[in-house]
Design a protein around this ligand. Structure first.
Ligand SMILES: [Zn+2]
Ligand SMILES: [Zn+2]
Length: 374
């Protein structure tokens, strides 16, 4: 049993409150990670507002990174002291997992949103000993210690800043994976990215690495457009400055882009992204919106060789894909630190506000690493 500090959500739409919690001993297939940093992803905010069916009270956080404190006796290839980043969880056995596509695991909901282990037990209790829901994306890492498993724990090289690595596990994997694994642009392709949060910025960096010649960045925030231009966008525009966003992107790309990445998820932006495509062309939609989210598309527009595809977690296997991203990061080609602003966990309210407003691209909460955790 370990004592830890967690950001606990006791009711939807209420602030996350720091509480002292208890973590049980790890089971045979589990890993205990002392969390150094955890990114705030929009899916955490959507869940905190009740937009994802995660049971309460519970602990969110699914972009955790840190150092392994303990491993269960059945875990191989990971050891205490290893720096690690955590990804989403999956069963690794179902039809989709066995085909290398764990982002579409048939048991994804239970493994990522269920709030408990498969047997119904929880990996956290509060100071009074009452169960708290954990296992959010197989980690619940808005806590100074998190229980994960070898299924979603990826060792980091010792020369990277561990506390900054967490966003690789969701937002950055989503944006970069969509480009590398789904759209797969050939060198010389044209691409537009709608929405310049961490997902969109990762798509821009990946597009540049893939050799895209024209990279159009679209976002209403000037600061984000400026950063996108530094990270690889070749042109940037604000939807507020033009009457027809699709037409403006087509103008910037000699008649339309081969690929579009849409990270917002609203009908308006999906339609802008589709309208920006040349023929043939492929648009990936990534933004998660709460509840049903119908979008009307013109079938005649799709007929001309255009595709609209949805993507979860970049269609990536984190055990394989995160080491690739880490390599690119070490080479200076995927400078994720440019996206990150850190906040000590005590300032969680400021971090959540900055993530909500878009004032920071990626807020990462950090935990004091001199705390022994009891
Ligand atoms: Zn599976
Ligand atoms: Zn996420």
């Amino acid at each position: 049993m370990k004592t830890a500090t967690a950001a606990v959500l006791r009711a939807y739409d209420e602030p996350l409150r720091l509480e002292s919690v208890r973590i049980p001993e790890v089971r045979a297939d589990e890993v205990l990670v002392r969390i150094h940093g955890v990114g705030i992803c929009h899916t955490d905010l959507t869940a905190a507002a009740g937009g994802v069916p995660f049971p309460l009270p519970g602990v969110l956080g699914h972009e955790g990174s840190g150092v392994i404190a303990a491993v269960g006796e059945g875990v191989t290839g990971l050891a205490p002291g290893d720096p690690v980043v955590l990804g989403f969880d999956s069963c690794r056995h179902c039809r989709n997992c066995s085909r290398g596509r764990p982002a579409y695991c048939e048991h994804s909901a239970a493994f990522n949103y269920g709030g408990t282990r498969a047997d119904g037990s929880t990996t956290l209790t509060d100071a009074d000993g009452a169960a708290l829901h954990g296992n959010w994306f197989g980690q619940s890492s808005m806590c100074s210690y998190a229980i994960a498993s070898a299924r979603n724990t990826i060792r980091l090289p010792s020369d990277v800043p561990v506390a900054l690595a967490g966003p690789l596990g969701c937002g950055l994997q989503t944006g970069a994976g969509t480009v590398f694994n789904v759209l797969r642009p050939e060198p010389g392709s044209t691409i537009a990215v709608f929405g310049l949060g961490a997902v969109g910025m990762a798509a821009i960096m990946a597009a540049r690495i893939a050799g895209c010649e024209t990279v159009v960045a679209v976002d209403p925030l000037q600061s984000r457009r400026a950063l996108a231009l530094e990270l690889g966008a070749t042109t940037a525009l604000s939807p507020a400055d033009v009457d027809d966003v699709g037409r403006a992107v087509r103008r910037e790309s000699s008649g339309g882009v081969d690929f579009a990445v849409e990270s917002v998820g609203t009908e308006a932006v999906v339609r802008q992204a589709l309208s920006s495509l040349r023929t043939p062309g492929n648009c990936a939609t990534l933004g998660l919106r709460p509840g049903r989210n119908p979008v009307t598309v013109d079938q005649g527009h799709l007929l001309h060789g255009r595709t609209l595809t949805g993507v979860i977690e970049g269609d990536a296997d984190p055990l394989k894909f995160l080491p690739t991203l880490v390599d690119l990061w070490r080479q200076g080609r995927f400078p994720l630190e440019r996206l990150v602003q850190t906040f000590p966990i005590a300032r969680i309210d400021d971090a959540v506000a900055a993530a909500r407003s878009g004032e920071v691209v990626k807020a990462v909460l950090t935990f004091p690493t001199d705390d022994t955790g009891g």
